[in-house]
Design a protein around this ligand. Structure first.
Ligand SMILES: NC(=O)c1ccc[n+]([C@@H]2O[C@H](COP(=O)([O-])OP(=O)(O)OC[C@H]3O[C@@H](n4cnc5c(N)ncnc54)[C@H](OP(=O)(O)O)[C@@H]3O)[C@@H](O)[C@H]2O)c1
Length: 351
């Protein structure tokens, strides 16, 4: 396949840097354009970006000159890592201009004709793109990734919904600092502390899984009907969101059935063969004190989620802990994975 040229909006940020890193050696995509705010525009990427990742900045990105958001970009596919308040109109303009836009921002996630996509969970929701193309004309479209704490939850819920039906669930999160972007929270607000508010996050966690696990019917998605209560906390962890989940099911499973459903979950070959797909999307750990962000967040290059402490719940039926990498599976990695699916389904074709 000829490599598909891609651009990154918000390339200097926390998620943007992950895109630059993950795309440096991608077999299908080649970064040709980087864009960020007026603060960065016009500078070499190496000068504009305060690189935060442990491995060096990829050479191919260093010399690219950062473009202003909104400028014409010579690429078919655009990954967006912009703040939501900026992303809404900008992503719409790029889609209008004929680009495929894969966004990490919240702005368009709940739009009725925009797929909120996790390839293993709802690959058929890409059919919504037909509606966007009719509305806008042309080939452009927007596809979104879920909120970072929602992605790992929805992945764990998928085999449980398929196997036993979901009635209600409660989730309490312990979310990493990198989830707040850069520079994020001042050190004095988070070191040795827990902040029991992440603005807007609980609302996202209570709505997005219903769309993700909803059913494609005709030209629209009918939301799933279970109910979610979310409580979100920021904790002094660098990367990785940990979530304590308890679930009430339609059909009560044994604990062993839940474990078997989680670790036996495999997507169809159309998805399993994508370059960014983990071999096993959900790993169940048997150690009584896992998963832990420091030990488990890089499982399968940060693209798999880890589950542990699966046990009976005296209030609901079953409870467990799930951990996922917020900037890999929960942002840039997940968005690249979605773009790979869009190529496999021929919504995006190579030049
Ligand atoms: N961090 C996570 O774990 C995570 C996970 C899932 C989804 N997300 C979502 O991904 C998006 C990016 O998050 P982030 O954590 O990477 O944020 P970030 O570290 O603050 O980076 C923001 C990026 O957007 C650019 N930008 C900021 N204001 C702008 C403006 N007014 N006009 C044009 N560009 C502007 C910045 O450019 P300059 O450097 O030039 O200022 C930077 O490249 C957000 O929508 C966020 O909700 C984040």
């Amino acid at each position: 396949m000829t490599e598909i040229p891609v651009g990154i909006l918000g390339a200097t940020g926390t998620v943007g840097q992950r895109f630059v890193q993950l795309l440096a050696d991608h077999p299908w995509f080649k970064v040709t354009a980087l864009a960020a705010s007026e603060r960065s525009a016009g500078q070499r990427y190496a000068d504009a970006c305060r690189w935060l990742l442990p491995a060096p900045m990829p050479d191919a990105a260093r010399e690219l000159v950062v473009r202003p958001i909104g400028s014409e970009l010579d690429c078919r596919l655009i990954f967006s890592a912009l703040p939501s308040k900026v992303a809404g109109p900008v992503e719409e303009e790029y889609a209008q201009a004929g680009h495929a836009v894969c966004s990490n921002a919240a702005a368009h996630r709940m739009d009725a004709d925009v797929p909120l996509l996790i390839p293993e969970v709802n690959a058929d929701h890409t059919a919504l793109i037909h509606g966007q193309r009719e509305r806008r004309g042309g080939n452009g479209f927007i596809v979104t990734s879920a909120n970072c704490s929602t992605t790992q939850l929805a992945l764990a819920l998928k085999p449980l919904q398929d196997g036993f039906g979901l009635r209600a669930l409660s989730v309490v999160t312990m979310q990493a600092i990198s989830g707040a972007g850069y520079p994020g929270l001042p050190a004095l607000d988070i070191l040795g502390n827990v902040v029991p508010l992440i603005s807007g996050e609980e609302e996202k966690m209570e709505r997005e899984p219903l769309k993700l696990l909803g059913a494609m019917q005709g030209t629209r998605v009918i939301d799933a009907s279970f109910v979610i209560s979310a409580q979100c906390n920021r904790v002094p962890v660098r990367d990785g969101h940990t979530e304590c989940v308890s679930i009430e099911f339609e059909h009560k499973p044994e604990i062993g059935d839940v474990v078997a459903a989680l670790e036996g979950f495999r997507p169809p070959p159309e998805i399993a063969d994508l370059p960014s797909s983990p071999a096993q999307p959900i790993h169940v750990l048997r150690e009584p004190d896992r998963p832990q962000p420091m030990r488990d967040v890089e499982t399968e290059s940060g693209m798999a989620v880890t589950v542990g402490r699966v046990r009976p719940c005296p209030v609901h039926d079953v409870k467990f802990v799930v951990l996922g990498h917020n900037t890999l599976r929960g942002a840039a990695g997940g968005s690249i994975h979605s773009a790979e699916l869009l190529v496999a389904q021929e919504w995006i074709t190579s030049p």
